[in-house]
Structures are given as C-alpha cells and as structure tokens.
Design a protein. Structure first.
Length: 282
C-alpha cells in the first residue's frame, strides 16, 4: 500500500519522474538537501533559535496552530512545514495553489476527516496560498475552524492583502527573512561535501571566493544557489584525478542560467494562473 503520510506538491509528476530515473537521487539538489531535522536547518534564527516560537512549536509536541509563512523564495517555508508535521506525527499534505482548485481542497479535507477519526492530525501545506482566489480560500475556512486540518500556508506576498481576513484571524503569521550570504555559503558547503544526498561523490573543488560569489548572487535564495551549484559541478569535466575544479566563468554562467530559468518559471506560472482563472470564470 502506498504511504500516504506525505503528499508532494505535484503528485501527478511523481510516477513519471520515478519511471524515467528509477531513483530518488535524480531529484534536484535543492530537494535532496532539504533539511531532515531542525538541527540541519540554516537561517531564520528569530523563529527557530532557542526559545523562539517555531522551535517551541516543533519541539513542544502540543497543539499546532494554523500558520501563514511569509517570506521570499528559498528561505525554508516548505521545509518548516514538513518539520512541523514530522514532530507532531501529523500527515503532511502539500498542495500548490497554482495547480490546485476547490476540488483538490475538498478531497484533501475529506481524507483529513477520515484521519481525524483514526486519531491522526493533518497539516495541509498550501504553497503560494496568495494565488488562491476568495472562493478557494473560503473553502478552507470550515476545516480550519473545526480543526480538521492545520493550515500552513506559504506566500511570497503580503498576506494582509492576499489572504482573506477570516483565514488570517484563524492563523498566526510568521515572517521569514532572506538568508544572509554566510548562511547560503553554509548550505553550499554542506552540499559540496555530502556524498549521500549532495555532490560530494563528484569530488568538486571550489575556492572560498567562488562560494562567496555564488552566495552573493543568490540573493538570499538557497534553492537558487543550490541549483546553480549543481549546474556548475555537472558542467565541469573531471581531471585525471577524478576531481572537478570549478572555475569562475562556469560558476558565473550557471548562476546566470539559473536566474534566467527562474524568471521563465515565474512567467510560465503566471500564464497558467491567468488561464485557470479564465476557465473558472467561464
């Protein structure tokens, strides 16, 4: 039986990815390096530091309130949602507001009601919750209000303008900051040396100066930094000692390519969202 303890943001792609790759190691580096414990988490010390609110919620084991995590891309919103679910032994269901509608919400809530009868809670993580329209957000209210689901919404936009007041009044808004350069550099170095999930098996060789440049160009986005790093390492040919000595031009090229791809993805998602709204209106 399939493990239903966790649902990916894009479940329709999971079977395709596994069929093509046959291994989870083909996942992007940023996904493979996602922190598995709070000890691995880098940044957001105002939330996860000793005695801070999220650390108390994660380690306390008490009733988790609904949360809205507001911050830039690549700062740990999804990871924090997963860590909250694991520490509270709740089922983690993730939906993308770009690709999900009321039908998907109702299905997730129906499953959550069944789990609740079995004594298990559900954390419903909604990525880019600001992209849900008012009707979609209204559909969440009863389940959030009666405790069927604990909502964890992630948004890059100010929730005061993008999330309906009824949901805001039932949730706690937590602000995530862009990672500083040293934090991004820490994540990059970890990926370079990790032979299980990272790039350590490629034997990459990179100077501290290039790591600093990469961290600076990421703009506080760990996902962008790791994507650029992965591209740079795989684009570098191994030498006679099977080491990959990374150069400034290759690293800069990978960083630029990753930024370009990022903005293309944003434009593509915006187009899909507009089409979906048009269909809903019709």
């Amino acid at each position: 039986m399939q493990d239903r303890s966790s649902t990916t943001l894009f479940p329709e792609m999971s079977d395709v990815d596994m069929a093509l790759t046959g291994s989870s190691t083909a996942a992007p580096l940023a996904d493979r390096m996602r922190p598995r414990t709070l000890a691995e988490f880098v940044g957001q010390q105002h939330l996860v530091g000793e005695g801070r609110v999220l650390r108390r919620l994660i380690e306390g084991g008490g009733t988790l309130p609904s949360l809205i995590l507001w911050g830039p891309p690549g700062t740990g919103k999804t990871t924090l949602g997963r860590l909250l679910a694991e520490k509270t032994a709740a089922r983690f269901v993730a939906l993308s507001a770009v690709f999900s509608g009321v039908k998907d919400l109702r299905a997730a809530i129906a499953e959550a009601r069944l789990d609740r009868r079995r004594g298990r809670r559900t954390i419903l993580f909604i990525d880019e919750i600001h992209r849900f329209n008012k009707a979609q957000q209204d559909a969440l209210l009863p389940a959030v209000e009666d405790g069927t689901v604990t909502l964890v919404g992630a948004t890059t936009e100010n929730p005061s303008f993008e999330v309906i007041s009824a949901l805001l009044s039932r949730s706690r808004v937590l602000v995530l900051n862009p990672l500083d350069e040293e934090e991004v550099a820490t994540i990059v170095r970890r990926a370079l040396t990790d032979t299980e999930r990272g790039l350590g098996s490629f034997n990459p060789q990179i100077s501290d100066e290039l790591i600093t440049r990469l961290a600076h160009s990421s703009g506080g986005d760990a996902r962008m930094a790791l994507s650029a790093l992965e591209a740079a390492v795989t684009a570098t040919e191994p030498d006679e000692h099977d080491a990959r000595a990374m150069t400034a031009p290759v690293t800069a090229s990978a960083t630029l390519a990753d930024a370009t791809a990022f903005f293309k993805r944003v434009a593509h998602i915006t187009t899909l969202e507009r089409r979906a709204r048009k269909v809903r209106k019709e």
